[in-house]
Ligand binder design. Sequence first.
Ligand code: FBP
Length: 338
Amino acid sequence: MKPISLIQFLIEERRAGHINAELTLLIEVVARACKRIAVATNKGAIGGVLGEAGTGNIQGEAQKKLDVISNEILLEANAWGGQLAACASEEMEDPQPIPDMYPKGNHLLLFDPLDGSSNIDVNISVGTIFSVLRCPDGITEPKAEHFLQPGTTQLAAGYVVYGPATVLVLTFGYGTHEFTLDREVGSFTLSRRDIRIPEDTAEFAINMSNQRHWEPPMQRYIGELLAGKDGPRSKDFNMRWVASMVADVHRIITRGGVFFYPLDAKIKSKGGKLRLMYEANPMSLIIEQAGGAATTGRERILELQPTGLHQRVPVFLGSKKEVEVATHYHLEADGARN
Ligand code: FBP
């Protein structure tokens, strides 16, 4: 079969009425910026891009050089495109307006420029996660409050994994599709269309070192998985944890599985570890559009009304049946408590 390039796929989506011309161009611009980030990450130590940047971000985290480089690449690429009214990043406290010298568009772009920062210096897969919203009508200088829209209103969501291969996974709310970067041609080529995640799985991902801090229903759920076929679930489960959400989610998009970053005593005051607007919401739309599920352990993530640009939430996502079991245990425990 003749390879289908990303631009050809986007034009097909436009002809199908799933996206408009502006969103077509915006995704092309984001994909091109991610190709430049792939080149930078690929250089590693000989490119002088490893290690700390010596600066901190709004999250109170020490920024890696590649966090800053990726953020700048995405900001620069999206400044002059003409599709955006503003963008927001994990690395910046406030939204970034589009410079007055450039035309503005009707979209808002949110991104985690380089997810999995703790893995950058040890050559393990990292990635970029993005989400696209509509800018509210009549708003020319968007503020943080204009980004606070539920995940169900996303017009597009995607991530790029910088791993052995560079892979883009994308949804417009009409299925989830995968594109692989053909380095010889320099363009993303469709590698899987309409991905489906198996409803059942025997593979889970969680940072086990936090176990003593988990809530009782999480202790129960993971305890039963670890008990295997002699336990209440009568099935053996295997564990994986890359500590790069993009890589853990991409494994699930590829062969199924379930991913958890639950609330625990250590992060309770923050509301969770992962960020709603540019980690949980885009990943939840991608997973749901591939037949999976995504909750906070209590609520569907995509229906949450955001309260802050850098808000954190618990994340349970992946193969539907396991997300439902883990969520049921939490709601049951809440019910028993009330
Ligand atoms: P950032 O790297 O963008 O801050 O993302 C957070 C993250 O690295 C996720 O990618 C990953 O799932 C999680 O944190 C790993 O957490 P931990 O260090 O507790 O294993």
